[in-house]
Design a protein around this ligand. Sequence first.
Ligand code: F3S
Length: 280
Amino acid sequence: MRIILAKSAGFCFGVKRATRMAFDATEEHDHLSSLGPIIHSPQLVRQLEEKGVRVVDEVPPAGDGAVIIRSHGVTRGEMEKIARRQLEVVDATCPFVKKAQEFAAELSADGYHLVLVGEEEHPEVQGIVSYGEEGRVSVVANPEAAEQLPRSSKIGVIAQTTQSFDNFNAIVGVCLRKAKEVRVYNTICDATSVRQQEAKSLAARVDLMLVVGGHNSANTTRLAVICRELQDNTRHIETADDLEPGWLEGVETVGLTAGASTPSWLIEQVVARLETLAGT
Ligand code: F3S
């Protein structure tokens, strides 16, 4: 049996950086919490918990050690609260997300109605939106939603970093009909599209496609959906233990990819189990 591992499988730059910063912080701080899980990998969150990192939903009280900010970033209000409480900060916000937050603040300061292309309930979007001027920000998920935008003299458009370029482009097109002046910053990070393209080409030429990553990870789930469109025999698994030997019957080639928040050791364990099963 042949196993083909996608080159782009696993951590993106921002998640790799955030994870390294979190583990480094455990060496330097006795009392550490992360505002929301640092990444969408239950296995990695557990490892960090074993090293003393508590996951909290709200900014901890003053004097409660250091706070890790995850790669998605947090809201301006939470950052201000952390500063007021004089907590130490390990800011692992991905630099690409930070840039989107800065553009949101800039566009609002320059008088633009801010249009953020993304999913309203996503923590990254909530963080970026909070840097815009309240009441002058719209989050739109698709061109149909953009059609509902009010007319405005100036519109500024940015995107959640994981958006598809085609959706962003289509929404910019709608905005051009809504305002005389449109300023656009392309804040899409290509880590997602590179991973999706590679998964697509792999899924089309294997007998079984495995997608490894947390069931709570949106980008992993999306990868599985994309692969399933091209390969009925696609399985989304979290760990090597989820692999069922029966899946390999009659399979000559297995494709393997993983979401941006899947640690490399989990991928390696899946490869090792596949090799063991293939050898029996
Ligand atoms: Fe950053 Fe792109 Fe990953 S925005 S967190 S490098 S998907």
